[in-house]
Design a protein around this ligand. Structure first.
Ligand code: NAD
Ligand code: MG
Length: 400
């Protein structure tokens, strides 16, 4: 490699963003930070700018740009401040590498901008791929982007793929190269063994207390409902060119195995490690080389045992809803994702019971028409219709 690579971190103030900067800081001779972006956490962004001196900082909210630029200038910092979706898309296009770590549908257009510029795209923002799967993967092929998964499971699967499929985009399906099945593992979240009757009363803080991973609040709730695994199933179908029937979801409470790939000869390859996102981040940043990430060595002896069980779709109805959306295709995953974002936000605000997250999504899925999206505009239209309907259903529930 040799040459210094410039990196844009979309969503730098979030959990993945902070872990990414931690890895980048260990390799100043390899990477320079081109742009950092944030939604509301401007104090964290300011501190990151002091440390990394990026060329640009982008605020999602354009009305905050002026005062933030003044704050940087009076501290003697020369970082230029941009705002809004245009600013996010511009910095995503311009760097050699873009880490897509905005949470939710808000990340779709900036991530697509990096893809369409044919750049190296590190994908944490699974919602973007879930929403726009076929259009997203088409764009990857057409523009020769290198798409590397950051989601720990998909990164693990990638590392276990046949060598022909590890060459970046354009290599077709690993199922044509001896893969028989993908085993997508998940911890089962904080409520794996909670009495079913108690699920109705769980609080946002209980839902966000994940046993193994420290993450943003939205994905933490998704892990508690296992919608996260459902979104990951859809994500895996697109990344690895396969149908949902070739992917088994396995509950593995210790999160030491991050996923597995089974071959036609009976071999099952797994990637193991401490549950720390700096491993997949470092893997994808340096790929196909390896760099240190700051993650410690796996103490497999003190770990001692690994458990596996089948997922319980009665306890986790979101898994069933996501599988149905994956099989149905078209705009179904976009509708599922948008309704989930609205329902999770309502749960985090105390306006919706935990168990009603799935109820709301199911009602939206049963009501809205599913079409084959021809463009991102079609995807965004399905997304907005789903949000409007989910909001209405939640408001109605509050009246009962
Ligand atoms: P987070 O909530 O900690 O951070 C989200 C980031 O996105 C923040 O920088 C925030 O400022 C920015 N953001 C939020 N709304 C925005 C908007 N409307 N416009 C622009 N920017 C906005 O989330 P996270 O846990 O870091 O997750 C980020 C993404 O990575 C998610 O898609 C998540 O599913 C995925 N992911 C996270 C983990 C993890 O361990 N945290 C693991 C796998 C995948
Ligand atoms: Mg994951």
């Amino acid at each position: 490699m040799g040459l210094m690579q410039s990196v844009t971190v979309l969503g730098s103030t979030g959990s993945i963003g902070v872990s990414t900067l931690d890895v980048l800081a260990r390799h100043p001779e390899r990477y320079c930070v081109y742009a950092l972006t944030a939604n509301r956490n401007l104090d964290t962004l300011f501190e990151q700018i002091e440390v990394f001196s990026p060329r640009y900082a982008v605020l999602a909210d354009t009305t905050l740009v002026k005062s933030f630029a003044d704050r940087l200038a009076s501290a003697g910092l020369s970082t230029e401040v941009l705002g809004g979706e245009d600013g996010l898309c511009a910095v995503a296009r311009e760097a050699d590498v873009t880490m897509a770590a905005i949470v939710g549908a808000a990340g779709l257009l900036p991530t697509m901008a990096a893809v369409e510029a044919g750049k190296k795209v590190l994908l944490a923002n699974k919602e973007a791929l879930v929403m726009a799967g076929p259009l997203f993967m088409d764009a990857v092929e057409r523009h020769g982007a290198i798409l590397l998964p950051i989601d720990s499971e998909h990164n693990a699967i990638f590392q276990c793929l046949p060598p022909q499929n590890q060459l970046g985009s354009g290599q077709g399906s690993p199922f044509a190269n001896g893969v028989r099945r993908i085993l997508l593992t998940g911890s089962g979240g904080p409520f794996r063994t909670t009495a079913l009757a108690d699920l109705a009363g769980v609080t946002p803080d209980q839902a966000c207390a994940h046993p193994n991973w420290s993450m943003g609040r939205k994905i933490s709730v998704d892990s508690a409902t296992m919608m996260n695994k459902g979104l990951e199933l859809i994500e895996a179908c697109w990344l690895f060119h396969t149908a949902p029937s070739n992917i088994d979801i396995i509950v593995h409470p210790q999160s030491v195995i991050h996923s597995m790939v089974e071959y036609i000869d009976g071999s099952v390859l797994a990637q193991l490690g401490n549950p720390d996102m700096r491993t997949p981040i470092a893997h994808a940043l340096a790929w196909p080389e390896r760099i240190v990430s700051g993650v410690g060595t796996l103490d497999i002896i003190s770990q001692a045992r690994l458990d596996f069980e089948a997922p319980d779709e009665h306890r986790f109805p979101c898994l069933r809803l996501a599988r149905e959306a994956a099989v149905r295709g078209g705009t179904a995953p976009a509708v599922l994702n948008a309704a989930n974002e609205i329902a999770v936000e309502a749960f985090l605000d105390g306006r919706l019971a935990f168990v009603d997250i799935a109820t709301v999504i199911e009602q939206v899925m049963l009501t809205l028409e599913i079409v084959e999206p021809q463009s991102l505009a079609d995807v965004q239209q399905a997304d907005s219709k789903s949000r409007v309907l989910a909001v209405a259903i939640i408001a109605e529930k509050a009246l009962i």
